[in-house]
Design a protein around this ligand. Structure first.
Ligand code: PLP
Length: 436
């Protein structure tokens, strides 16, 4: 039979190289770049540091000038296994040679394998994959609204969230997050969201009593508020949220985007809080640096989403899921999770010793390798200055609001790197926290 297209004509139009290796365009991968280009080229949403990181290995990062930084930031709690972990590189390379993307018109093996691991290890029966934390929370909030609508009627729409929360930057999630500075000027915002003070059981009870409590479809909480100041949820508050949700047929959404994937010494933080959520969201450490988000829930709740009601082109992308599978297999081991608890003790010991010498911290708190160092009275508002001084001293740290220096190193950071990083932190504190 004659082929539908004459191969001779076809190869003249589409040379084999274009199909197999790609045409060689003048891709300037070696074009010299400088930090100044950021200010010229990028939408000005960020104010990145004055240097440009170019390479990472474990808990060390190098900039364009070859200067080395100890990484206590992990790209905001993302690179949970450090930079370029060999198992992640292997998973990515293997998948890069196998299959990159097929869309959700097809399923794929890495996504199914990752979903099975998450279901086996948690309360959940079902998983929805997406690309970021905000998208995971967006899916969770939409699912809670749809569940209440389908099961309990159109009036049950209210979401209770907390002041100072952070749940992402889509319009729904930024409105659910209780920080006006991120949502103002973008209105009209989605309606039906009530904010109460975090850890205030009385306010939570009162919020449920409004309208007889029948209109609440969900409570959304971080087990510890990360961006909002590294404030741990009290057991009483987290347990009250669980109890009130059950009593009022509302869903408890736990945002474990920052607290999950081993950061607190458990696979997910809820596992050591005596509560089980109805919906859990994960991202950040899930991909260890490759963008992926996930929403986990039960069979019963997932059942209100049917084909076409929600989705995203890249959700469950094979590259992301293959990397996340490798991350999961490394993190979900006693060795790594117990190691996180051991590292917590080392960090606390080191930070307390610095504080005994310098008296700069009012409080040292956190869980696992997720630590908040709250600056004492004369240094209030100086967390950003500490962050800058730290990078001058060769250390990457984070802030959580103006008063809290936040540390979120790799879960497997070495003892030497912890000690070297703490020494550099003390140098930075000595430089910046001087009395006028
Ligand atoms: C608790 C929490 N939820 C949601 C998000 C949003 O995640 P993403 O930036 O991936 O959208 C963050 C990010 O910092 C977070 O810390």
């Amino acid at each position: 039979m004659k082929p539908p297209v004459d191969p001779a004509t076809a190869s003249a139009v589409i040379p084999a190289t274009a199909r197999r290796e790609g045409t060689s365009v003048s891709a300037p991968s070696t074009m010299p770049v400088t930090r100044a280009m950021f200010d010229r080229l990028m939408v000005p949403c960020y104010a990145p540091a004055s240097f440009v990181p170019v390479r990472g290995e474990g808990s060390r990062v190098w900039d364009q000038q070859g200067r080395m930084y100890i990484d206590f930031a992990s790209g905001v709690a993302v690179t949970a296994l450090g930079h370029c972990h060999p198992a992640m590189v292997r998973a990515l390379e293997e998948q890069a040679r196998t299959l990159w993307h097929v869309s959700n018109w097809f399923t794929n093996e890495p996504a199914l394998r990752l979903a099975q691991r998450l279901v086996d290890a948690t309360f959940a029966d079902r998983v929805f994959f997406c690309n970021s934390g905000a998208e995971a929370n967006e899916a969770a909030l939409k699912l809670a609204r749809r569940y209440a609508h389908d099961r309990h009627g159109e009036r049950k729409v209210r979401v209770i969230s907390t002041l100072n929360a952070f749940h992402g930057r889509t319009l729904f999630t930024v409105t659910a997050g209780g920080q006006a500075k991120y949502s103002s000027g973008f209105g009209p915002s989605p309606a039906g969201i009530t904010h109460i003070p975090y850890n205030d059981v009385g306010a939570l009870e009162a919020a449920f009593r409004e309208e007889g409590g029948d209109d609440v479809c969900a409570v959304i909480l971080e087990p510890m508020q990360g961006e909002g100041g590294m404030t741990p949820g009290t057991p009483a508050f987290l347990q009250a949220a669980r109890r009130l949700c059950t009593e009022h047929r509302a869903l408890l959404i736990l945002d474990e985007i920052q607290s999950g994937m081993g950061r607190t010494g458990a696979l997910f933080s809820y596992m050591q809080k005596g509560i089980v959520p109805d919906i859990l969201t994960s991202a950040k450490g899930l991909g260890g640096g490759f963008p992926i988000g996930a929403m986990l829930t039960t069979d019963e709740i997932a059942g209100v989403f049917s084909v076409g009601v929600h989705g995203t082109t890249y959700g469950g992308n094979p590259l992301a899921c293959a990397v996340a599978g490798a991350v999961f297999d490394l993190i979900n081991t006693t060795e790594v999770l117990d190691g996180v608890k051991a590292r917590h003790a080392l960090f606390m010991e080191g930070l307390k010793a610095i504080n005994a010498r310098r008296r700069v911290f009012r409080d040292l708190r956190g869980e696992g390798v997720w630590l908040g160092c709250e600056l004492d009275e004369p240094w209030r508002g100086k967390a950003f200055a500490v962050m800058q001084a730290a990078s001058d001293a060769g250390l990457l740290v984070l802030m959580a609001g103006p008063d809290v220096v936040r540390l979120a190193p790799s879960l497997v950071i070495s003892l030497d790197e912890i000690l070297e990083g703490l020494a550099r932190l003390e140098t930075a504190l000595n430089r910046v926290l001087v009395k006028d």
